[in-house]
Write a protein that binds this ligand. Sequence first.
Ligand code: NAG
Ligand code: NAG
Ligand code: NAG
Ligand code: NAG
Ligand code: NAG
Length: 585
Amino acid sequence: MALSLSYFLPKLAVCLMILIILCIARTDSEHSCDDNESRLKYTLNESSHCRSVTDSDKHLIGSLEDWSFANSLLLDTFPIDKEKKNYVREVKDAIFSVVLPTPLQTPVKLVAVAHPVLEDILDLHPNVTKSEYFLAFVSGNTILADSTPLSHRYGGHQFGDWANQLGDGRAHLLGEYVNRKGERWELQLKGSGLTPYSRRGDGKAVLRSSVREFLCSEAMFYLGIPTSRAVSLVVSNDPVWRDQFYDGHPKIERAAVVLRLARSWFRIGSLEILAHKKETSLLRKVTDFVIEQYFPTIDPTDKNKYLALFSEIISQTADLIARWMAVGFAHGVMNTDNFSLLSITIDYGPFGFLDKYVPSFIPNTSDDEGRYSYQNQPDIGIFNMNQLRAALWSLMDREQKRQSEVVLRGYVDIYKRRFMELFRAKLGLFGLSEQDEYIVALLLKIMEDTKADFTMTFRQMADLNLRDIENDDIADELWALKDLHAHEQWQEWSQRYADRIHENGDEDTDQHRRDRMNAVNPRYILRNWMAESAIRKAEKDDFSEVRTLLQILQNPFEKQEIAEISGYAGTPPDWAKKIRVSCSS
Ligand SMILES: *[C@@H]1O[C@H](CO)[C@@H](O)[C@H](O)[C@H]1NC(C)=O
Ligand SMILES: *[C@@H]1O[C@H](CO)[C@@H](O)[C@H](O)[C@H]1NC(C)=O
Ligand SMILES: *[C@@H]1O[C@H](CO)[C@@H](O)[C@H](O)[C@H]1NC(C)=O
Ligand SMILES: *[C@@H]1O[C@H](CO)[C@@H](O)[C@H](O)[C@H]1NC(C)=O
Ligand SMILES: *[C@@H]1O[C@H](CO)[C@@H](O)[C@H](O)[C@H]1NC(C)=O
């Protein structure tokens, strides 16, 4: 049988683990101050009720009053929409519109905090989360004195078609923070009200989609995948009408707000809108800014800098998508407006992680054509890179345009190389061998035929000693491998795998291989049923499971007792099969 890469790249022609301190998100009942569900509007810049503290070890800032945004590079660099009134419109010759978040009307509650983000990125002491000022800040109910909230104008290709102006329809960029490591981060609220880009939306986000974004962006970070981050999740009782499955049954849900962070929120669509509207000098300005700020390896005086940028983004995007594939992640809405120029994962909507290995898995149940299925992601990457190329077109000369085609074609090789590197590591293999592609492809075929659990297959593979593989001796508790074992080609595969492990050399031991594999194959991912279970409780005002999941997913490679008790490394429960991923968010 001829198996090649094209098997698992159907149409494509073909971690480092971060050690973290477990920071359990504090429960709201522990907070003396957020118990107070008073209505907070733009009135709260007086001192908080909670004590200000500074942690002498980490030099964390103990009070939000002592914390401030940096001077905004975005405001200094780009033209701002002259219209200051907040109504839906087409915006021209501007990159941002100034617009205030809409305060929530009912009491707000801080229900989860990602402490590593709070402390390691924002330099804030955990005590600040107890203050009403912080609560008001992260819910959009107050803005800091030095903040000019912005909504970003962008366009994009949705499901393959040009969609014209889109933009931040419910997000507000509060400001840029430069932390003590010298990193500049953009803080953005999501679910914070209407903007000039809201189109027909209401500017709000519901609790379930906010829980998913909050948890998944953190989970991805700890899986070692480039992503935006989230620091807080706030919920209110403001009613939001949503027809969750677009089936004519709208119901009232609760409004929630997530404060999320990225080094930059610029997207492919940020450039596309300018190219489409022929605002070429602005297009050049944004592109130059992106190069100077985020691509230090590109010389800003190089006449080929736009080609160099394109080439960098091609590699980084191929790398990102290979990483998604290696953890079984499907983004769900890879429109060009949801695709970062920095190749980080952004805009978590109807995403999903594979349970069983079904390459045609489509996380968005309304995506009937499966455009954004798991297996299509590498191809969509090419489509999106082609749109980026079109957006940069007017900045390139004839020769550069020609070369950009060659660069684009290089995507496939870069992707394939990264994919193989990641899967070799998942299998604990050193070096390169001719048979590696076959070994990976055959394993994936067996996994597909037997519908084996993607995550646990790789995780449990590490528990096999070389002798177990050679003798085809699989312990009963390795349930994911038991599924594979029944396949007619399993014997062939395990012999090849055993032979290949021998090529690692004599110094490699079972224990070393196991440690390496366990450092790249997570034991816990945010399975849909886990998110769903936490959301059901959250909708009844119990956020304990959201916080527990956050804690577990901050350490996805380590076996954790509470996770084991909850069955997070076991077969998904029966009810999980019936879950449909919510589409409207
Ligand atoms: C809660 O807010 C109200 C109104 O602002 C205030 O009177 C009350 O003292 C606050 N309670 C606490 C516990 O901070
Ligand atoms: C809010 O902050 C400004 C500037 O820091 C200050 O002048 C003003 O008095 C503050 N308002 C309240 C109500 O504390
Ligand atoms: C944080 O606040 C608590 C009580 O509000 C206090 O006991 C603790 O010492 C504070 N932490 C620091 C580092 O000051
Ligand atoms: C992705 O972009 C589309 C528009 O193309 C938007 O409707 C959708 O909300 C975005 N997804 C997320 C998760 O923000
Ligand atoms: C899911 O797919 C449908 C059909 O293409 C699309 O209209 C919808 O916007 C998608 N959902 C999200 C959240 O993007």
